[in-house]
Design a binder for this molecule. Structure first.
Ligand code: DGL
Length: 274
C-alpha cells in the first residue's frame, strides 16, 4: 500500500495559510498537512526558549505524520527556532528529513525590489529582536540598509478579525509613520509576518506613493518549487494525491470559521491535543 508522505506546513496560528495558499497554486499535486498552534498563539512576544520548544513539538508531530519536509510558514518560528532544530534536533529526529523557514528565501531575493537600497521590515517583536532579517540581508546584499519596526498589535487585530475595522487604522498608521520616519528613502517594505497580508489594503492606502509592499507567500512558494527541483531525492519522497489536511491545537470549529479569510476558501480542520 502506498503511504502518504505529505509536505508539512506550520504556523503559530492562521498566518501560514497565506503561504500555503500560494504554495498550492504552484505545487497542487502534492499532499499537505497544515498545523496551526492556535492554542498557544501568538508566538510574537514569547521568549526564544518557548518558541523553540513549541515549534520543535509541532515539527516532531508533523514528522510522525510522515512528512519528509516541513515548512515553518512563520517568521517568528523561523527566526527563533529553525537554526536550533536544524543543528541540534534533526539528526536525532530523522536525519533525512528537512525543515525550511521563510526568512532565507525572502532575504535571498529582496535586493531585486529596491532602487534606493533602503528596506523596511515590519514584523513581530520576536522577529525584530532576533535581528535575523538584518543579519541575513547583510549576507546577500551588504549595500542595503535595513530599518525594522515591531508591530505587536497587528497579529492580535488580525486573529480577532478586526483588521478591516476603523480601529485598526490607528495601529496600522502608527507603525507605518514610524518606519518611514526611520529612513525617508525606504522604497520597499516587507511584511515579515505571515499574518500581515490581511492588512495589505490598509497598508497600501496609508503609504506614500513609490513604496513597494512585499508579502512572502509567492516568494516562499517559488523558493519551494526551486528547492524540490534542486533536491530530486526529497521531491521523490513527497507523495502526490493532492490531499490537504488541517490541524489546529485550539477549537476546530473556530479555526474553520476564521481560516477562510487567510486561505481564500473554506476548509475543515481537526483538533490536535499536543
Ligand atoms: N505568523 C507569525 C509570523 O510570521 C507570527 C504570529 C505570532 O505572533 O504568533 O511571524
Amino acid at each position: 500500500m502506498e503511504t502518504s508522505q505529505p509536505i508539512g506546513i506550520f504556523d503559530s496560528g492562521y498566518g501560514g495559510l497565506t503561504v500555503m495558499k500560494e504554495i498550492l497554486r504552484k505545487l497542487p499535486q502534492y499532499d499537505y498537512v497544515y498545523l496551526g498552534d492556535n492554542a498557544r498563539a501568538p508566538y510574537g512576544n514569547r521568549s526564544f526558549d518557548t518558541v523553540y520548544h513549541y515549534t520543535l513539538q509541532c515539527v516532531e508531530w508533523l514528522f510522525e505524520q510522515g512528512c519528509p519536509l516541513v515548512i515553518l510558514a512563520c517568521n517568528t518560528a523561523s527566526a527563533k527556532a529553525l537554526r536550533t532544530i536544524q543543528q541540534n534536533d534533526l539528526q536525532r529526529l530523522n536525519p533525512n528529513n528537512r525543515v525550511l523557514g521563510v526568512i532565507r528565501p525572502t532575504t535571498e531575493i529582496i535586493g531585486q525590489f529596491t532602487q534606493t537600497n533602503k528596506i523596511g521590515i515590519l514584523a513581530t517583536t520576536g522577529t525584530v529582536q532576533s535581528g535575523s532579517y538584518t543579519i541575513e540581508i547583510e549576507k546577500f546584499y551588504p549595500e542595503i540598509s535595513v530599518s525594522q519596526e515591531a508591530c505587536p498589535m497587528w497579529v492580535p487585530l488580525i486573529e480577532n478579525n478586526e483588521h478591516n475595522s476603523a480601529g485598526a487604522d490607528y495601529f496600522v498608521q502608527q507603525h507605518l509613520r514610524n518606519i518611514v520616519a526611520k529612513d525617508k528613502d525606504i522604497d520597499v517594505l516587507l511584511l515579515a509576518c505571515t499574518h500581515y497580508p490581511l492588512l495589505m489594503n490598509k497598508i497600501q492606502q496609508s503609504l506614500p506613493a513609490g513604496i513597494t509592499v512585499l508579502s512572502q507567500g509567492e516568494i516562499v512558494a517559488n523558493s519551494l518549487v526551486d528547492y524540490l527541483h534542486r533536491h530530486p531525492e526529497m521531491e521523490k519522497r513527497c507523495s502526490r494525491h493532492a490531499t490537504r489536511t488541517f490541524y489546529t491545537t485550539d477549537s476546530a470549529e473556530d479555526f474553520d470559521n476564521h481560516a477562510s479569510i487567510f486561505f481564500g476558501q473554506p476548509l475543515k480542520s481537526h483538533h490536535l491535543a499536543l
